[in-house]
Design a protein around this ligand. Structure first.
Ligand code: UP5
Ligand code: MG
Length: 197
């Protein structure tokens, strides 16, 4: 019997919009789904002393720029296989045109069906506040005001146009990311139910 094609939801939104927080809640409630954070994959690879890409990844993350897709997509695929799940939340990817092309070439429509984009919308001043406060304990090398501003810039110039492209294809589920996380969760939950159905 043929296996059903894996489902994918891309999860996008500005830095600190709540992508990771909401994905964690989704996988708690919906057992078919795996949470694959591109940023987490890259940070783990950076920590691996055997990786030849570690230094490059660190430099790019600090500058709020985007890692070449060949590196990212390889890590995403590895994590997807390791999860043994059939539905994937791909958190923080694709962030630019290079990412979209690299996904299509390496995973593509044969590998997985992209059901849509879960998009968390929030204002920059709120995001800055969240990230600075997280930065007190996160240990993330990009949770400082310099890197945060650079991340915003990249988000506006490179990621927003990608979200707009998916919007034009009617593939975007826009969620207001400004209310408290529990309220955002109620909306998120409804969308995942709809995607699963
Ligand atoms: N928080 C969450 N929800 C809240 C709410 N509703 N109200 C109040 N507070 C809320 O949340 C951030 C903080 O806000 C937390 O303290 C949380 O408690 C609180 P989180 O859920 O972590 O938000 P998230 O959107 O996941 O923020 P994150 O910082 O992870 O977003 P980024 O997109 O900046 O980070 P990511 O890890 O995806 O990428 C980091 C870097 O890696 C990129 O800048 C880039 O350099 C690189 N990268 C690539 O190059 N390619 C990729 O494909 C992916 C990443
Ligand atoms: Mg995150």
């Amino acid at each position: 019997v043929a296996q059903p094609k894996p489902k994918v939801l891309f999860v996008l939104g500005g830095p600190g919009a709540g992508k990771g927080t909401q994905c964690a809640k989704i996988v708690e409630e919906f057992s078919d789904w795996a949470h694959i954070s591109a940023g987490d994959c890259l940070r783990a690879e950076r920590q691996d002393p055997n990786s030849k890409d570690g230094e490059l990844i660190e430099q790019i993350i600090k500058e709020g720029k985007i890692v070449p897709v060949a590196i990212t997509v390889k890590l995403l695929q590895k994590a997807m296989v390791a999860s043994k799940k059939s539905c994937f939340l791909i958190d923080g990817f694709p962030r630019n045109l290079d990412n979209v092309t690299g996904w299509k070439e390496n995973v593509g429509e044969l590998g997985a069906q992209v059901c849509g984009v879960l998009y968390y919308e929030a204002k920059e001043d709120e995001l800055e506040k969240r990230l600075l406060s997280r930065g007190e304990t996160s240990g993330r090398s990009d949770d400082n005001i310099d890197s945060i501003r650079k991340r915003f810039k990249t988000y506006i110039s490179e990621t927003m146009p990608i979200i707009d492209e998916y919007k034009a294809k009617n593939l975007v589920y826009t969620v207001d990311g400004m209310p408290p996380a529990d309220e955002v969760w109620k909306v998120t939950q409804g969308i995942v139910r709809q995607v699963e159905a």
